[in-house]
Design a protein. Structure first.
Length: 372
């Protein structure tokens, strides 16, 4: 018996009822699927004609490497109805804002979410649903509330490989000195204590403007009654205008081993390249590999190994083009400027060389990061 599905075997009666229900509603289901696909194509067309037309060499909205999504643009398209098609540019992102799919475990149920920290708590679930449902009044609040609660309790997958304990302890000391001032647990922290500008590609952080933030707030409040506990957003409201403080959220790095490639745009394939900017690839690399490089902390990424990886079973890999708009692998320190000011106001080192003592420092820091 299958240990996962055996205990949950569906009875013949229930199976028959499901088949009958699907048969009775198949025309309605297919019609709904056609409507949703037409809406998706219209959304893509609108973004291509506005946001994506403004940038040289924009990424594809329908293809590209796995694990990347245009969430901000898709959500903002729903706001065009409030301003009219002739003013679509006033609410759509100023350029492509395609970004890496962030981890969903241990999400602070009342805190700031998304890469730019503009959306708070339950509003994240509602705005994500709006990008799919289109009509805000049809969003299922009860189901979204259950999902929100589940994500807050969802643990990260532990690192599955052995870790050098001595290196991990040395790395923890390095982390506490140089990293903990930004990458702390988010509970109770203000947005200004979570969002940092560390020189990374700016297109995603510019996606939400004052007008779109205000309209999103009105939409969320119109469908989220204050009598529902999840809708108690406080004086700051569900959507924060990011124009006064732009940047990206520095999360607590729980399960960071599993979220490679790194940065908001997923454009740095390994932890080692993140910490050693001189090693960063600047053209193309493979995303989507399940073959893990334990030394560097990240999936195997070299384009020259594509045939080998596919033969090994990595059938989902695809090239990620760093020359496309929004995918620049810069920021979080550089070879010439390895220091940043952290959330404690201290100047800390966040980038190292690949030589001598620096290499040992990076090895130890990677060992600790993989253990989180």
């Amino acid at each position: 018996m299958n240990p996962v599905f055996g205990a949950g075997k569906v009875s013949p009666t229930d199976a028959t009822n499901e088949v009958q229900t699907a048969s009775a509603n198949i025309d309605a289901v297919l019609a709904l699927m056609r409507t949703m696909n037409e809406r998706r194509l219209q959304t893509i067309g609108l973004l291509e004609a506005h946001s994506y037309a403004k940038a040289p060499n924009p990424p594809s909205l329908t293809g590209g490497a796995p694990g990347l999504i245009e969430t901000s643009g898709l959500g903002s398209v729903g706001l065009v109805r409030f301003v009219g098609p002739e003013k679509a540019d006033s609410v759509l992102p100023p350029g492509p804002s395609k970004a890496d799919v962030p981890a969903v475990w241990k999400i602070d149920p009342t805190g700031y979410v998304n890469w730019d920290g503009t959306i708070r708590g339950f509003a994240r679930a509602l705005t994500s649903s709006m990008a799919v449902v289109d009509d805000p009044t049809k969003i299922d609040l009860g189901t979204n509330a259950k999902i929100q609660d589940f994500l807050g309790k969802l643990p990260a997958e532990p690192y599955p490989f052995p870790i050098d304990e001595a290196a991990r302890r040395r790395g923890e000391s390095i982390f506490q000195t140089n990293c903990a001032g930004c990458h702390a647990l988010p509970a109770g922290r203000k947005r200004s204590d979570l969002v940092f500008n560390v020189g990374t590609d700016p297109l995603r952080e510019q996606a939400i403007n004052t007008l779109s933030a205000g309209l999103l707030t009105k939409v969320v409040l119109s469908i989220c009654p204050p009598t529902q506990a999840e809708c108690a957003f406080g004086a700051e409201g569900p959507i924060v205008d990011p124009s006064v403080h732009r940047g990206y959220v520095a999360g607590p790095l729980i399960g960071v081993w599993a979220v490679a490639p790194y940065l908001h745009n997923g454009s740095i394939p390994t932890l080692r390249q993140l910490l050693v900017p001189s090693l960063r690839t600047t053209t193309q690399f493979l995303r989507g590999s399940t073959s893990y490089n334990q030394t560097d902390g990240g999936g195997e990424w070299e384009p020259s190994r594509e045939a080998e990886l596919r033969a090994r079973g990595d059938t989902a890999i695809a090239l990620h083009d760093l020359q496309q708009a929004g995918f620049s692998p810069v920021g979080h320190g550089s070879a010439n400027n390895p220091m940043l000011v952290d959330g404690r106001g201290k100047s800390v080192q966040v980038a190292w060389s690949n030589n001598g003592a620096d290499k040992h420092t990076v090895d130890d820091l990677i060992a600790y990061l993989l253990s989180l």
